[in-house]
Design a protein around this ligand. Structure first.
Ligand SMILES: Cc1ncc(C[n+]2csc(CCOP(=O)(O)OP(=O)(O)O)c2C)c(N)n1
Length: 796
């Protein structure tokens, strides 16, 4: 295609004036939100009591975003675009709120913020006010799918939104400060994964207003040519719109937008109807405009407009500084509000006419309230993928390998509706999910070589070696009403700790907004977990994501540790059907014993926790009364616990042992704290009120104490888990190093049972000797003892 050129300005003087009026109105509403408590139409001279006590908010980014929104309204109408707006720069809340108010979508959702003087007063007061709304585009903001507080994810969210939405265009305003974050810096490469046939388009608008909070931005302080080269090198074709005089800027922006939209259409037409297969170079805009544009040029002798000083509240003390009060009034009057609003506060018809109609308004676009568009997945019957478990402890092929067949068929069944994708940073094969490639491919628009595997222009698997992109794409995909799963090494999911935080916050807030429809859950499959990264070593061993997740609101988070493949199938079936949660599933990929038949697994997972009476020997209820509870959570801890139980039953047959397995970690919490929590009675029935509990846990042991500290028997809980002892060693030695192995667990039990007396001590010595054997053997042979490798569960 020919190099992208701005077209001639498509604006008539009348249209330019209307866009300018909209922009002024939005700017007026933004300044009003930051400052005004009363007197919203300036019907009387501005007085001290008209000003809020606490002045909070961000002006600097706002006029630029208002400018963009006004111009997008025009192109939406001209080209009948299905468009969503994503506000990336720091805290553009006043802009998005102002524009959705002007277009009417705000008042439709919040009728008390009406389109009259009283509504204007409420609009102004609620902003950054106790009980009101935040200073960035938030869940409360109509049309928003992007929480703007933590910078960096606007472009990834935008791409997630357009995957499988071929008619959608996301206009994504990227802050030049935001562009310095790692997540954003690599998000430019999302264009290598966008299929022009089956996906929509993202139109990035890099807002080069030059400053962050206190510093210049990198991209504003390199030559424009270098910036153009950077963006071109990332596969984009940038058009620059630069200046500060409104009239030429309106013309330039309108011309650039028309050129971009026409180029997007041309790319899509060529790919969809003319068989074009070359990777397109998508258009984008660099908008270089002053930070705090149209605000006070200078305050107390210091330059403000076009500097970092306009970032937040430029006039910080108009309540106590009369000169600043007058400057604020002059600033507000500079937008000529009486030309924009009727005396009763209604927006004048000729200005309002710029807004697109109905759901074409960006604040009313259903994609931005994705739950409205959400359709249930077609789910295969998970029981059909069951592994045969003729006896407990039967060998397995690796639990995620079994799950892979199920996910393969989820993908195949939902291919026609194109509403499920699997995301991962180059690990889908490594995590044992290779079966999915029988049904689909990795979507990839780059060039290909003969030796490549499973690449195609369109596919359900999205793999980029950026956990940030996987997370951001998936969030954007979910927020626009689709389903997905993120598979990741357990240790490296920490890279998106903070993104998870933000999404969990979004879910908490939106759950309470009646107008926001619930979306599909954010599902993580953490395979390649801490206990089986023995070959990769310490860097790859970290089970702490669970601790992090458990900090979030109980209404939102769930953590599952299925002990075998049938349980994993049951858990994943549940997660993929669930809504508005974050589900974390930790599962292994290596061959490991299988414990439960599918019927048993389905019941066990429905309960989330339970006594495995076939593994213990306490005798049948109601006379059951164990001397000891051996509890386990996670596949490797379950294996080690079962082996420890076997040792205890062999050496101390008179002991009455109970085995409790935990799949749903939240069951351990009090029922008053988590919807899945057990009440004290149910908890005591499982763990007793007074018997020792040796608890083998997948992750850091302190988490179990944190969850159970209120329970009657907590004083008797002895938890073994990962104690940050990691290295390259054998799989079994990892458990030994962290004292989670069968020998330590059995010795722990003996230590807590004085009634085992002298015999107990002699058993302990035997077990200690076996640990010495283990150490000597692995040091010599570099693998685990045959009796460890070939161990099988039995009760005889
Ligand atoms: C990840 C992250 N780090 C730091 C901040 C604090 N912060 C808020 S706004 C801002 C500057 C943003 O600059 P830019 O994206 O260019 O936005 P604009 O200049 O348009 O306000 C910073 C550093 C943040 N919100 N998020």
């Amino acid at each position: 295609m020919t190099p992208l050129q701005p077209l001639a300005s498509p604006l008539t003087p009348e249209l330019r004036a209307r866009i300018d009026a909209w922009w002024r109105a939005a700017n007026y509403l933004a300044v009003g939100q930051i400052y005004l408590f009363d007197n919203p139409l300036l019907k009387r001279p501005l007085a001290v009591d008209d000003i809020k006590h606490m002045l909070l908010g961000h002006w600097g980014t706002t006029p630029g975003q208002n400018f963009v929104y006004a111009h997008l309204n025009r192109v939406i109408a001209k080209y009948d675009l299905d468009m969503v707006y994503v506000s990336g720069p720091g805290h553009g809340g006043p802009a998005v709120v102002a524009n959705t108010y002007l277009e009417g979508s705000y008042s439709e959702i919040y009728p008390d913020v009406s389109r009259d003087e009283a509504g204007l007063r409420r609009l102004f007061k609620q902003f950054s006010f106790p009980g009101g709304i935040p200073s960035h585009a938030s869940p409360e903001t109509p049309g928003s799918i992007h929480e703007g507080g933590e910078l960096g994810y606007s472009l990834s969210h935008s791409f997630g939104a357009v995957f499988d939405n071929p008619a959608l265009v996301v206009a994504c305003v990227v802050g030049d400060g935001e562009a310095e974050t790692g997540a954003l810096a690599t998000a430019w490469h999302s264009n290598k994964f966008l299929d022009p046939v089956g996906d929509g388009a993202v139109l990035p608008i890099l807002h080069l207003n030059g400053w962050k909070i206190a510093n210049p931005t990198i991209l504003a302080r390199i030559p424009r040519e270098e910036l153009a080269q950077l963006l071109q090198g990332c596969g984009w074709e940038p058009l620059f719109v630069e200046g500060h005089e409104p009239e030429p800027m309106h013309d330039a922006m309108a011309a650039a937008l028309d050129a971009c939209i026409e180029r997007i259409r041309a790319i899509q037409h060529a790919a969809r109807h003319e068989g074009a297969t070359a990777r397109p170079r998508w258009p984008m805009i660099v908008l270089a405009s002053p930070k705090g544009w149209t605000g006070p040029k200078e305050i107390d002798g210091l330059k403000v407009e076009g500097t970092f000083r306009s970032h937040q509240v430029p006039l910080s003390d108009p309540r106590v500084n009369p000169a600043h009060l007058r400057m604020l009034e002059t600033w507000l009057q500079s937008y000529r509000p009486h030309e924009l609003f009727h005396a009763d506060g209604r927006l004048r018809e000729e200005v309002a006419a710029l807004a697109p109609a109905g759901t074409r308004r960006m604040g009313a676009n259903p994609h931005a309230n994705g739950g409205l568009l959400l359709r249930d997945l077609h789910m295969p019957d998970f029981r059909a993928y069951a592994v045969d478990v003729p006896v407990p402890g039967a060998p397995g092929i690796g639990d995620t390998h079994v799950l892979g067949r199920f996910i393969r068929d989820v993908i195949a069944l939902n291919e026609p509706t194109r509403n499920f994708r699997l995301f991962g940073p180059d690990e889908t094969l490594s995590n044992g999910l290779g079966a999915v490639f029988d049904a689909t491919a990795r979507q990839w628009e780059g060039s290909t070589l003969d030796d490549d595997q499973f690449l195609a222009r369109s596919g359900r698997v999205m793999e980029m070696l950026s956990e940030h992109q996987c997370e951001g794409w998936l969030e954007g995909y979910l927020l626009t009403g689709r389903h997905g799963l993120f598979n990741c090494y357990e240790a490296f999911i920490h890279i998106v700790d903070s993104m998870f935080n933000q999404h969990a916050k979004w879910l908490k807030v939106t759950a309470k907004l009646a107008w926001r429809a619930r979306i599909a859950s954010l599902n993580y499959l953490l395979a390649s977990h801490v206990w089986r990264q023995d070959h990769n070593g310490f860097t790859h061993q970290d089970p702490g994501f669970i601790d992090h997740v458990m900090n979030k609101k109980p209404e939102v988070v769930r953590v599952y540790l299925p002990p075998d493949a049938n349980c994993l199938l049951s858990v994943m079936d549940h997660c993929l059907r669930s809504r508005h949660y974050v589900n974390v599933v930790v599962a292994g990929k290596h061959p490991s014993p299988q414990w439960l038949t599918m019927d048993q697994a389905a019941s066990h997972c429905a309960a989330g926790i339970g006594i495995w009476d076939w593994a213990g020997n306490e005798g049948p209820a109601p006379d059951a009364a164990p001397d000891l509870v051996m509890a386990c959570c996670g596949d490797v801890p379950t294996l080690e616990t079962m082996a420890a139980v076997r040792l205890l039953r062999e050496h101390l047959p008179q002991l009455r042992v109970r085995v409790v397995n935990v799949v749903d970690l939240c069951r351990l919490m009090p029922h008053t704290e988590h919807p899945h929590g057990l009440d004290d009675r149910a908890f005591d029935e499982l763990f007793t009120r007074d018997r020792p509990v040796i608890f083998a846990f997948h992750a850091y042991p302190w988490l179990i104490h944190r969850l159970t500290y209120r329970r009657a028997n907590h004083v008797n809980f002895h938890v073994r888990g990962y104690k940050e002892e990691g290295t390259i060693t054998t799989a079994f030695d990892m458990t030994v190093l962290n004292e989670l192995d069968r020998f330590h667990l059995a010795m722990d039990a003996i230590d807590r049972l004085p009634q085992t007396g002298e015999h107990g001590l002699s058993v302990k010595r035997t077990l200690q000797a076996r640990l010495v054997d283990h150490k000597q053997y692995i040091d010599t042979h570099g693998q685990d003892l045959p009796e460890i490798r070939n161990w099988r569960w039995s009760t005889t």
